[in-house]
Design a protein around this ligand. Structure first.
Ligand code: GDP
Ligand code: IMO
Ligand code: MG
Length: 420
C-alpha cells in the first residue's frame, strides 16, 4: 500500500513538517522526484533542520528512507545533508537507501543552470540554480550519468565525455566562472556516495509492498510547478503530481491509495511566473513577515497572496487528491478579513478553469470574502473548539473542492496539527 503526500500550490506548503508528522504510520518514506531545489523544513526536538534530498522520515529511527530513481541527486549536497542529520544522531548508513537509477547532478549541470538563466535575462525562470533543469535534460536526452554508474570502473571516462559536451555549451553561453572547486567537492562526495546503500529501487520497494509494508511517497515542489501541468515555462523539470510516483519509484498506479494534498491557508510562490492572487500590498507584506516566507533553499523572499481555489481545484483533479492538509492557518490569526479566489476573469470572460498558459494573459481573480477569526490558534488542539470563522472558512473550501480538509496545521512544530 502506497500513500502520497504532495504540494498543491507552488511549493513550500509544509511538506517536510507533514511528512515527518505522518511518518510514524509508515515503514518506508520515499522521494520520487526533484532534487536539491527542494527545501523541506522540520523541527527535531526544537531545532530546525532543512532537508533537500533526504526524505523527511529520516528522524524516525525505525523507518526506511529511499531516494527514488525519479530524483536528480547532487552528491555534494547529499554528503552535507548526511553530516547534518548525523549530528542529530541519525544513523543514515542504516536507514537511507538510494536507487541505482537516480540521475546525478554534475558541477557542469549547475554551471549550465546559471548560464541558461543569465541568457534568459528578464524572462528568467527564477531557478534555484541547483542544476535541476540541465540534469533532467540529460536524462531525457539520454546522456545523463546515474548513481549505479559510480560503481563501474568506466565512470571517470563517462564523466569526462559528458563534461566535454557540457563545456561546449558553456562556451556558447560564454560562461567564465571557474568550477574546479565544485569538481573537487564532487569527486570527494561521490566517494562518500559509493559507500552508501545503493539499491535496485524498484525491486526494493515492490518487495516491501508485497510484504504488506506501508510506503509514504514524499513529493517535492508543488502541482503548479509540474513540468506538464504547471505554469509552463515557469515550472520545475519534473512531474511533481501523483503520476510522478509511479515513474519516480517504479510503483504501479493501482498500489496508490491515499493522495494527501497540502495547501497553505493562503498562497506563496518563489521565483518568476504567473500568480493570479498575488498581493503586492500591505497584506502581502504582512503574510511574508508573519509567515516568515523566505525560501528554505535560497533565502529569497516568497511572493504572497490569497488562496486560489481555481488552481487548487485543478490540482485536486490532476492528482486525485483524497484528503487535504491545510498548513499555516495560524498565520491568518491577525487578519480581520480573508479572501479566497473562486474564479478568474480573462479578457472579460469568467472561468473556473486554469488556462494552458497564464504568462501573457490579464487575469483578474474574483474573490469570496470571509471574516477572520482574529484569535491565536497556535495552541488549539481540537477542531470542535476552533473559532466559528475558521470552521466557516474550512467548510467553504471543503464544499468548493469536494475534497475534505482533514488536518489543519497551526504551527511549525510536529504536534501543532488538528484533525477536523
Ligand atoms: P516544504 O518545502 O513544503 O517542506 O515547506 P518549507 O519547509 O519550504 O516551508 C514551510 C515553512 O512553514 C517552514 O518554515 C515550516 O517550518 C513552516 N510551517 C509548516 N507548517 C506550519 C504551520 O502550520 N504554521 C507555521 N507558522 N509554520 C509552518
Ligand atoms: P519545495 O520542495 C518552491 C521553483 C523555483 C523556480 C522554479 C524552477 O521546497 O517545495 P528549479 O530550481 O527547479 O529549476 O526552479 O521552481 N522551485 C521551488 N519553489 N519550493 C520548491 O521546493 C521549489 N523547487 C523549485 O523557485 O521558480
Ligand atoms: Mg520548501
Amino acid at each position: 500500500m502506497v500513500d502520497v503526500i504532495l504540494g498543491l500550490q507552488w511549493g513550500d506548503e509544509g511538506k517536510g513538517k507533514i511528512v515527518d508528522y505522518f511518518a510514524k504510520n509508515y515503514d518506508v518514506i520515499a522521494r520520487f522526484q526533484g532534487g536539491p531545489n527542494a527545501g523541506h523544513t522540520l523541527y527535531v526536538n526544537g531545532s530546525k533542520i532543512v532537508l533537500h534530498q533526504i526524505p523527511s522520515g529520516i528522524f524516525h529511527e525505525d523507518k526506511i528512507n529511499l531516494i527514488g530513481n525519479g530524483v536528480v541527486l547532487d552528491p555534494i549536497t547529499l554528503k552535507k545533508e548526511c553530516e547534518a542529520v548525523a549530528s542529530f544522531g541519525v544513523d543514515y548508513r542504516k536507514n537511507l537507501f538510494i536507487s541505482e537509477r537516480t540521475h546525478l547532478i554534475l558541477p557542469t549541470h549547475r554551471a549550465l543552470d546559471q548560464a541558461s538563466e543569465v541568457s534568459k535575462g528578464q524572462d528568467k525562470i527564477g531557478s534555484t540554480l541547483k542544476g535541476i533543469g540541465p540534469a533532467y535534460m540529460d536524462k531525457t536526452g539520454r546522456n545523463g550519468l546515474r548513481v549505479g554508474d559510480l560503481l563501474d570502473k568506466t565512470f571517470i571516462t563517462q564523466y569526462i565525455k559528458l563534461r566535454t559536451k557540457h563545456q561546449i555549451l558553456l562556451d556558447n553561453f560564454n560562461f567564465q566562472e571557474d568550477i574546479s572547486t565544485w569538481e573537487e567537492e564532487f569527486f570527494e562526495s561521490i566517494e562518500f556516495l559509493r559507500s552508501l546503500n545503493i539499491v535496485n529501487g524498484e525491486y526494493f520497494i515492490n518487495e516491501k509492498i508485497n510484504k504488506g509494508m506501508r510506503i509514504l511517497a514524499e513529493g517535492a515542489q508543488g502541482s503548479m510547478l509540474d513540468v506538464d501541468f504547471g505554469t509552463f515555462p515557469f515550472v520545475t523539470s519534473s512531474n511533481t503530481i501523483s503520476a510522478g510516483v509511479c515513474s519516480g519509484l517504479g510503483i504501479a498506479p493501482q498500489k496508490i491509495k491515499e493522495v494527501i494534498g497540502i495547501t497553505k491557508a493562503y498562497c506563496t510562490r518563489v521565483g518568476s511566473g504567473p500568480f493570479p492572487t498575488e498581493l503586492l500590498d500591505a497584506t502581502g507584506d504582512f503574510l511574508r513577515n508573519a509567515g516568515n516566507e523566505f525560501g528554505s533553499t535560497t533565502g529569497r523572499p516568497r511572493r504572497c497572496g490569497w488562496m486560489d481555489l481555481v488552481a487548487l481545484q485543478f490540482a485536486c483533479m490532476i492528482n486525485g487528491v483524497t484528503q487535504i492538509v491545510m498548513t499555516k492557518a495560524d498565520i491568518l490569526d491577525a487578519l480581520e478579513e480573508l479572501k479566497v479566489c473562486t474564479s478568474y476573469t480573462i479578457n472579460g470572460v469568467e472561468t473556473n478553469q486554469v488556462p494552458f498558459q497564464m504568462n501573457n494573459l490579464n487575469i483578474t481573480p474574483n474573490f469570496e470574502t470571509f471574516n477572520g477569526w482574529n484569535t491565536d490558534i497556535s495552541n488549539l488542539n481540537s477542531f470542535e473548539t476552533s473559532p466559528k470563522e475558521m470552521k466557516n472558512y474550512i467548510e467553504y473550501i471543503n464544499k468548493f473542492l469536494a475534497v475534505p480538509v482533514k488536518f489543519i496545521s497551526n504551527g511549525p512544530a510536529r504536534d501543532q496539527i488538528i484533525l477536523t
